[in-house]
Design a protein around this ligand. Structure first.
Ligand SMILES: [Zn+2]
Length: 416
């Protein structure tokens, strides 16, 4: 997951209501989760030692081999799916066939933001309840939770689902450019998707959370067509695209501020080739962020309306918006699932926080795009320092996170 908005702005934390009754803990699952703690740490260790930056095709292949073998050992049919863009690594897909009715899906990613060689300066090491290592939380912790929750469920003989699909993509940290469409398509064939990014990198007391929203991205391009002319001999015959572009940038720079859930910043421009010619073409690019599904359409409409007001006559201005990762907005069904998660956490006497919105983007946005599946994010481990020098996971979160995922899958499988 990418960088987060300032916590104070981005986070609205809802604590567990004191009126909620604490249901009895499932002792069997709890004991199994406790038993899986050490094996999970071993899995994490093995995965952290495989360097797998988003461009590292060899490392990503090793991660794909490792995870595919583990999924097979758990009883899954597995396959590799080629990404459609990017470095050329594979998506690993595991499918379990059960005896129930619901279609459940778990997603996490194989890649990290770190370049090859990182382990020499940022090695795997343990310090009390913290284990440090590149990608250990984001997102090898998420993969480990999936593997070991599935182990607990396999040992318990749980098969209360029609299908249980696991998908690990190799390009999340570069926008899932070659896997996003695949995730979206596959998720649309499921009832529930649990996305296993680490929990928000929040202050420790609020660190064990689930996430219901993350912003999406898009790129805006403004093009102005003017008319070329000799800048010295006949400037009046020209229609200056640079001047018109400047006018349009100024009158659209604050436009997104009046459209809730959108943000637009002009960040690049390209205009003019030679000094003595009135420029015919001018272009600018914008970074766009959205937190509402219809944000891009509303922004486009507002831009189209505003650019009608010209400064330089006879010029033609257009704005196109190309969507990137869709925003993730879990909605009411996602919120209900997260609240069930709170109840499950309370069985352990622990408090699960619900985070409403994070900056950056997540594959939960792709999974949620069709609106069919119920999608909730951050089923990975609690940790800190993602994408940084001091990335670590909190080993005290392992048992509760395993318990949470295991119990949520059981509860979801039970629904008809
Ligand atoms: Zn991530």
């Amino acid at each position: 997951m990418k960088s987060r908005l300032p916590q104070a702005l981005a986070l609205l934390l809802i604590g567990l209501g004191s009126a909620t009754a604490h249901a009895a803990v499932d002792e069997k699952i709890k004991a199994a989760a406790e038993q899986e703690k050490a094996p999970l740490i071993e899995t994490l260790h093995d995965m952290v030692l495989i360097e797998s930056g988003s461009g590292d095709v060899e490392g990503l292949k090793q991660m794909a081999d490792f995870t595919e073998a583990r999924l097979r050992a758990l009883g899954a049919d597995t396959r590799r799916q080629k990404t459609t863009a990017g470095a050329g690594a594979d998506i690993v897909v595991g499918t379990f066939t059960g005896i129930g009715t619901r279609k459940l899906m778990l997603i996490a990613h194989l890649d990290t933001v770190y370049q090859r060689g990182i382990l020499s300066s940022q090695p795997y090491h343990v310090d009390g309840a913290k284990i440090f290592g590149p990608g250990i939380a984001d997102d090898k912790g998420g993969i480990a939770v999936i593997m070991h929750a599935l182990k607990i469920l396999k040992d318990a003989g749980w098969r209360d689902y029609a299908t249980l699909t696991v998908s690990f993509n190799p390009d999340e940290e570069v926008g899932s450019i070659g896997s996003g469409e695949f995730i979206s398509e596959l998720a649309g064939q499921h009832d529930v998707v649990l996305s296993c990014e680490p929990t928000l990198s929040s202050p420790p007391a609020q660190n064990e959370s689930l996430l219901l929203g993350a912003s999406g991205t898009a790129t805006g391009t403004m093009k102005v067509k003017g008319r070329a002319a000799h800048a010295g001999a006949a400037p009046d015959r020209g229609r200056n695209a640079l001047i018109e572009l400047s006018h349009q940038l100024l009158q659209t720079r604050d436009l997104a501020k009046s459209i809730p859930g959108t943000q637009l910043n002009w960040t690049t421009s390209k205009v003019g080739t030679v000094r003595n010619q009135i420029p015919e073409d001018a272009e600018a690019g914008a970074d766009i962020r959205i937190t509402v599904p219809d944000g891009l359409a509303r922004l486009q409409a507002a831009l189209d309306e505003t650019i009608k007001t010209k400064l330089v006559p006879d010029t033609e201005t257009t704005v196109t918006i190309v969507p990137g990762r869709p925003p993730f907005v879990a909605g009411e069904r996602g919120r209900a699932l997260a609240k069930e998660g709170q109840t499950i956490y309370a069985e352990l006497g622990r408090k699960l926080h619900i985070a409403e919105m994070a900056g950056g983007a997540t594959d939960a946005g792709y999974a949620n795009r069709s609106g069919k599946a119920v999608v909730v994010e951050s089923f990975g481990l609690a940790g800190f320092g993602y994408h940084a020098r001091d990335e670590f996971i909190d080993t005290d979160s392992i048992v509760p996170r395993l318990y949470l995922m295991t119990r949520v899958l059981i509860e979801e499988g039970r629904k008809r």
